[in-house]
Design a protein around this ligand. Structure first.
Ligand code: NAD
Ligand code: UDP
Length: 362
């Protein structure tokens, strides 16, 4: 039986809410009528994203600059100013470091931020009695899958410290649920989030040269970079380039709403532990994406095929059926939408949020 009316007015704490996926999810939460508080240390984001979220939603949110490793701060936030324990109905936990290559050269930074930060958050949630959590996991926990599409019961493995941090957190959450079935936890395994809000006002803002394909392609199309390096043309895929499951960030954000609703509807005595792929189920090669982007932008995307990137797998795409069954959620947007929206964001904000923050406008 549903414990809450999940349709509006719930209080949600979003860690890492100023970031790429967090900002789109905050917008969804506000548009669904929830009260949003963001805790973010802004190590990989800017407040400008949240200003734009507020203007798109026509509603405000509460922002607190802080670190998830600060236990006293978290406890104060979760208990609330008047000790109205608990002060939140759910936490959506995005905060963390996410660059695979950096995690190889700085593993301790990743274990400290992602693992210690999550332990700290979970301890504070336990003290405050907030036991509903949505966690950002990743398809990286599938390592090099034996076959595609990938279902949630596939074996998991880690090939780098970032992936290991996600894998260990997934296990920690399972242990926590087993220790106390009052927890209601969703472990969402994202495939490849891309694109931007259709307004072109919020989007992905990588600092330095992008590691990921879509922002790199966007920067080639806008002329910030000369050409794309396609990492490997000899994979056992239809055109020899790597195949991935690109998911529009707005679909991903709505997947979080669906997950929170499912958690709120779960029995608070027996709790639940959901583990769900968020993907489209469609495999897209690097060259498919380049062609779709050229069509969406009307700009050429020159590329050169170079050696494979260490650690890359040939193909990785989801079996998305469980999300449909458990959450009643499926993606709405296709590759053309992803490219059109990424291009709108890129062409309206050629330097991301930085230029707007410096000049005080979009
Ligand atoms: P992002 O870097 O844009 O957002 C993360 C946010 O967390 C940033 O605003 C950053 O400032 C904040 N943050 C980092 N460490 C913090 C700390 N210790 N305390 C408080 N705030 C902190 O990344 P994103 O792409 O929005 O990813 C969000 C989550 O989703 C991450 O956990 C990431 O690992 C996961 N994920 C992302 C992808 C992807 O391709 N983008 C894929 C799978 C999973
Ligand atoms: N890719 C590429 N050139 C780039 C970035 C990525 O060819 O500059 C390829 C990469 O080898 C993979 C796909 O694009 O096949 C998606 O890579 P991305 O880093 O975006 O995501 P992930 O590796 O996490 O799936």
């Amino acid at each position: 039986m549903a414990e809450f009316d999940a349709t509006s007015g719930r209080r949600v704490l979003v860690t890492g809410g100023a970031g790429y996926i967090g900002s789109h999810t905050c917008l969804e939460l506000l548009q669904a009528g929830h009260h949003v508080t963001v805790l973010d240390n802004l190590c990989n984001s800017s407040l400008e994203s949240l200003k734009r979220v507020e203007s798109l939603a026509g509603r405000s949110l509460t922002f607190m600059q802080g670190d998830i490793r600060d236990f006293e701060l978290l406890r104060r936030v979760l208990v609330g100013p008047n000790n109205e324990c608990p002060a939140f109905d759910a936490v959506v936990h995005f905060a963390g470091l996410k660059a695979v290559g950096e995690s190889v050269s700085q593993p301790l930074a990743y274990f400290d931020n992602n693992l210690s930060g999550t332990v700290c958050l979970l301890r504070a949630m336990t003290e405050a009695g907030v036991k509903t959590l949505v966690f950002s996991s990743s398809a990286t926990v599938y390592g090099d899958p034996a076959s595609v599409p990938i279902s949630e019961d596939f074996p998991r493995s880690a090939t780098n410290p970032y992936g290991r941090s996600k894998l260990v957190i997934e296990d920690m959450l399972a242990d926590l649920y087993r220790s106390d079935p009052a927890w209601r936890i969703a472990r969402l395994r994202y495939f490849n989030p891309v694109g931007a809000h259709v307004s072109g006002l919020i989007g992905e803002d990588p600092s330095g040269a992008p590691n990921n394909l879509m922002p790199y392609v966007s920067q080639v199309a806008i002329g910030r970079r000369e050409y794309l390096q396609v990492f490997g043309g000899d994979y056992p895929t239809p055109d020899g380039t790597g195949v991935r499951d690109y998911i529009h960030v707005a679909d991903l954000a709505s997947g979080h709403l669906a997950a929170i609703r499912a958690l709120w509807q779960a029995d608070s005595q027996t709790g639940c532990l959901l583990t769900v792929n968020l993907g489209t189920g469609v495999g897209v090669s690097v060259l498919d994406l380049v062609k779709a982007f050229e069509r969406a932008s009307g700009r050429p995307v020159p590329y050169r095929i170079v050696a494979r990137r260490a650690g890359d797998v040939a193909a990785c795409y989801a079996n998305p059926v469980l999300a449909q069954t458990l959450l009643g959620w499926r993606t709405q947007r296709n590759l053309a939408d992803m490219c059109a929206d990424a291009w709108r964001w890129q062409s309206r904000n050629p330097h991301g949020y930085r230029q707007a923050a410096a000049t005080g406008g979009a």
